[in-house]
Design a protein around this ligand. Structure first.
Ligand SMILES: [Zn+2]
Length: 193
């Protein structure tokens, strides 16, 4: 299982590369990478695992963060209402439209690859439309989809997507979010890593 020591930290050049397209059909080793990333996220949302293994809680993890420069990431989180859960193993995503309207997570974004002291406010598109391949990690079925995401889950998707372009949230951090409406959480706010 992946531990914090396996997560590449800021300063490592792999985080600054554009990741390669995943070759299709998806190879066994790529399915394995997706499973490991999803398992890290799930473990990091389990209090006893967090304590036992010293995991930093997260809702997303991209392949470059474990040193694999391929266009893959996983995310697992509820939306801001706490009612809908999103659990995606994503391959070769392409965001095809960004809304002009922006939003941000009021408590700021963080990243497993960046020191927590650098958490900060990041303007993001309020809504996105993306093409991607979603993998069902139980059946290994891979499906071409078009996703329309907004609010918190849209922000998480954009954060992970940026990792595949060699971009970190600290590149986009701003001091002031004047004129931008935040994501409003009606449930306890999840960590935005
Ligand atoms: Zn990150």
């Amino acid at each position: 299982m992946l531990l914090m020591k396996d997560i590449v930290q800021e300063g490592n050049p792999v985080l600054r590369k554009r990741a390669h397209e995943v070759k299709l059909p998806i190879a066994d080793e790529d399915f394995q990478t997706l499973r490991e990333m999803m398992n890290y996220i799930l473990n990091s949302q389990n209090d006893s695992m967090v304590e036992e293994y010293g995991l930093r809680p997260s809702v997303g993890l991209a392949a470059p963060q474990i040193g694999i420069s391929k266009k893959m990431f996983c995310m697992h989180t509820y939306d801001e209402t706490g009612e809908n859960s999103y659990s995606y193993a994503v391959v070769n995503p392409k965001i095809i439209s960004f809304s002009e309207e922006q939003t941000y997570i009021p408590s700021g974004e963080g990243c497993l690859s960046v020191d927590e002291e650098k958490n900060g406010l990041v303007p993001r598109a309020a809504r996105i439309k993306a093409k991607a391949i979603l993998v069902n990690l139980e059946t290994l079925e891979a499906k071409d989809v078009v996703l329309k995401l907004s609010g918190y889950v849209g922000v998480v998707f954009q954060h992970e997507y940026d990792h595949l372009q060699g971009i970190l949230f600290i590149d986009k951090k701003k001091e002031s979010m004047s004129g931008i409406k935040p994501v409003i959480f009606t449930e306890e706010e999840p960590t935005a890593e």
